[in-house]
Design a binder for this molecule. Structure first.
Ligand code: MTE
Length: 312
């Protein structure tokens, strides 16, 4: 298959941070006035079913571009938070292709444009809560994962969806150092993958994803700990059985497959009850962590009857 280059985004299409924040202020007022702007629903965390906005999401304070791009977890580029920004410069996210395989009628390897092209890009402001008890709020751009997956016509055997990060040790120093079992892999149940809040992000702050944030394509599941948000995806597989996932299979006592944000279930080595907001200053008080990261109204029903202490 011919792999085309990803089109350059014109600089006029990139929203500078200060304009972005002003625009956001404008849109929030428009939302209050009852318009049906897409942004208004996504900002509130509401889903495509136009459910009523919940109080948790309307006043999220967006982090600066600097916070979002200089404090990262991307072990392919090193273990320190500043490593991904420092060491991802040589990573080449274009051209890019993604293989879709497993339990679906349509499978194959597709170039980035063919995967993303038919969809309109949405803006979603989500809180990212890392398992390490810090959080930030990011204005993502992307497409609901479910919309994309439907196009490949998953069969009735597709019970899970798994994801794999690119393996390029020559461009990723952390892969050469073998600090984890690479390639990084993650997975969701099919219901989680199809949930309207689940996003395949292609950008942030109105521009393409920076390398350190998972260019050109990464997963965002806002009610789960950040490690579920696998970066630089090259493979999406529909599976009948629960897939291998890097962290929960490496250290199952510390990282569960579900990884739902839950202040009541501690990590074995630290509490998950509170979180440090990146950018709020060294002496700022920690904030209480919300059940399902504040998205309980939208997602709690997915886990009805499940013992969340056991299936953490
Ligand atoms: N994806 C890959 N491929 N490698 C990683 O090390 N780290 C995860 C997740 N996705 C990681 C990854 C973790 S632990 C977190 S908290 C988020 O990415 C951080 O995303 P951010 O750097 O954009 O804030």
């Amino acid at each position: 298959m011919l792999i085309r280059h990803k089109p350059e985004i014109r600089s006029s299409e990139i929203t500078p941070e200060h304009n972005y924040l002003n625009r956001r202020g404008f849109i929030s007022s428009a939302a209050l006035a009852g318009t049906s702007l897409l942004f208004a629903t996504s900002c509130s965390g509401a889903d495509n079913k136009n459910s009523a906005p919940t109080g948790n999401h309307t006043n999220l304070d967006v982090n600066s571009l600097e916070d979002i791009t200089r404090y990262n977890n991307f072990y392919e580029f090193g273990l320190n938070k500043e490593d991904p920004e420092k060491f991802s410069g040589a990573f080449n996210a274009s051209p890019w292709s993604v293989t879709i395989d497993g339990e679906a009628e349509i499978t194959g390897t597709f170039n980035f444009e063919d995967i993303i092209g038919p969809h309109s890009i949405e803006e979603r402001i989500y809180r990212l809560r890392c398992v390490e008890a810090w959080s930030m709020v990011v204005p993502w751009n992307g497409i609901p994962l479910g919309k994309l997956l439907q196009r490949f016509k998953p069969t009735s055997k597709a019970k899970f969806v798994s994801f794999e990060t690119v393996y390029r040790p020559e461009e990723m120093p952390g892969q050469r150092a073998k600090v984890l079992d690479f390639p990084y892999r993650e997975g969701l149940t099919i219901d989680e993958a199809m949930h309207p809040l689940t996003l395949l992000a292609t950008g942030l702050y109105g521009a393409d994803l920076p390398n350190q944030n998972g260019a050109p394509l990464r997963l965002i599941v806002p009610w789960k700990y950040g490690f579920k948000g696998i970066k630089s995806i090259v493979r999406i597989s529909f599976t009948e059985t629960r897939p291998y996932t890097t962290w929960s299979d490496a250290i199952p006592t510390e990282y569960g497959f579900y990884a739902n944000v839950n202040p009541a279930v501690d990590h074995p080595r630290w509490s998950q009850a509170r979180e440090r907001r990146i950018g709020s200053g060294l002496f700022a008080e920690k904030q209480p962590t919300l059940m399902f990261n504040g998205y309980a109204d939208e997602v709690a029903s997915l886990y009805a009857g499940l013992d969340l202490t056991r299936y953490f």
